[in-house]
Design a protein around this ligand. Structure first.
Ligand code: NAD
Ligand code: DAU
Length: 357
């Protein structure tokens, strides 16, 4: 029986990961520690809230007392740190929370795990701290090349700098104390439960609500898209089989320009909506509006996943076509989820970032 402390489990990737492991294993216990910021949503985990192998703790990863008390109450085997401020645009507007949660929070978790797991000079057997990181720590690529685990860190936004700082702290606990750690660096995820501030769900939501489709700069920036369940499977492999101290890159192998993504969503929605659905006629390329570029906008990300493929036998199993169709359908079928997360504070956010921009 393995006990997982999953932080940020009410967010997009964290909740998908919890679904994935709860379906896969009967013999695990999951503690989900989440502050429930604007991005955390317990509706993402409705189907497992009564599961006897799952408990939710509302709290902040920077709260050392709380984190220590969780380690005292439970014999934690794995920490998987998803908790973060995750949106680049918000980090440009207001970096403070990124420094606090992403750097200080990771430090608090490392210290608590060290206190609980290091007995004299020896680490308890079978423990691991997995830091969920991002390809953005490597910076921006030109037209060619890929990020490998040897690519020097070159973060360019407050978000990616805070993630790179956290990675370095995690690495330092391995080098200095031999703490059993892994770091995973994944490319852009998409799928169910993603908050509609990120490109794909924002475009789906805007199409459905008849809004313009804001494309930053020339729309030619490239991201390497991965379906969230493929990421979850990779994390599960790394936590169970990854070599201690190692970094693993995880990429979907689906490079797309942003404008291509937006057009793909328009087409997918038009295919899925029936002809008598009044939303259908509003969804068209005429709604695409090129807007002011993101400051310091990274041009291209592309991941070399050779290491995780060769060492752990991982492969992305979802093609971009399948993944996007499934995702668009999910948002259509879960309109209540979308309505709830786009009311209230979201409207203020949208106005500030897109209307008053
Ligand atoms: P998200 O914003 O959807 O979720 C973040 C979660 O963390 C939320 O539930 C939020 O409530 C929680 N949280 C925030 N601050 C907290 C704090 N101080 N204490 C406790 N909980 C807190 O993010 P996501 O897209 O699911 O990303 C999860 C992780 O994966 C992040 O670390 C991110 O950097 C990383 N990542 C994301 C992507 C991507 O494409 N979304 C790709 C690679 C890596
Ligand atoms: O690469 C992994 C990273 O991917 C994660 O670490 C981050 O947490 C995650 O937010 C994501 O960062 P990006 O900045 O790449 O994702 P975002 O969805 O914000 O933007 C994707 C691209 O689309 C980017 O080039 C900016 C552009 N964009 C985004 C939005 C929200 C637009 O053109 N219009 C938009 O409205």
């Amino acid at each position: 029986m393995k006990t997982y402390l999953i932080t940020g489990g009410a967010g997009f990737i964290g909740s998908n990961f919890i679904h994935y492991i709860m379906k896969k294993y009967d013999d695990i216990f999951v503690i989900n520690l989440d502050k429930l910021t604007y991005a955390g949503n317990l509706n993402n985990l409705k189907d497992i809230e009564d599961n006897k192998n799952y408990v939710f703790v509302k709290g902040d990863i920077t709260d050392g007392k709380l984190v220590d008390s969780i380690f005292q109450k439970y014999d934690i085997d794995y920490v998987i740190n998803f908790a973060a401020e995750s949106h680049v645009d918000r980090s440009i507007e207001n970096p403070m929370e990124f420094i606090r949660t992403n750097i200080e929070g990771t430090f608090v978790l490392l210290e608590a795990a060290k206190k609980a797991w290091l007995k004299g000079e020896k680490w308890e057997e079978g423990k691991k701290f997995l830091q969920v990181s991002t390809d953005e720590v490597y910076g921006s690529l030109g037209e060619t090349g890929y990020f490998s685990e040897f690519t020097p860190l070159d973060p360019r936004s407050p978000y990616s700098s805070s993630k790179a700082s956290a990675d370095l702290l995690v690495k330092s606990y391995f080098e200095t104390y031999q703490m059993p750690i892994n770091i995973t660096r994944c490319s852009n995820n998409y799928g169910p439960y993603q908050f509609p501030e990120k490109l794909i769900p924002l475009m789906i939501n805007n199409c459905l609500s008849g809004k313009d489709l804001p494309v930053y700069g020339d729309g030619r920036n490239i991201r390497d898209w991965i379906y969230v369940e493929d990421h979850a499977r990779a994390i599960d492999l790394v936590v169970n089989k990854g070599q201690i101290g190692q970094v693993y890159n995880i990429g979907g192998g689906n490079e797309r320009t942003n404008i291509d993504i937006v057009k793909t969503i328009i087409n997918a929605l038009r295919d899925l909506l029936s002809d008598d659905d009044i939303r259908k006629e509003r969804i068209s390329e005429d709604k695409i509006k090129y807007v002011k570029d993101r400051k310091g906008h990274d041009r291209r990300y592309a991941i070399d996943s050779t290491k995780i493929k060769n060492e752990l036998g991982w492969r992305a199993m979802t093609s971009f076509g399948e993944g996007i169709e499934f995702t668009v359908k999910w948002y259509l079928e879960n309109s209540q989820w979308l309505d709830e997360v786009t009311s209230g504070a979201y409207e203020d956010y949208y106005k500030k970032m897109y209307i008053d921009r």
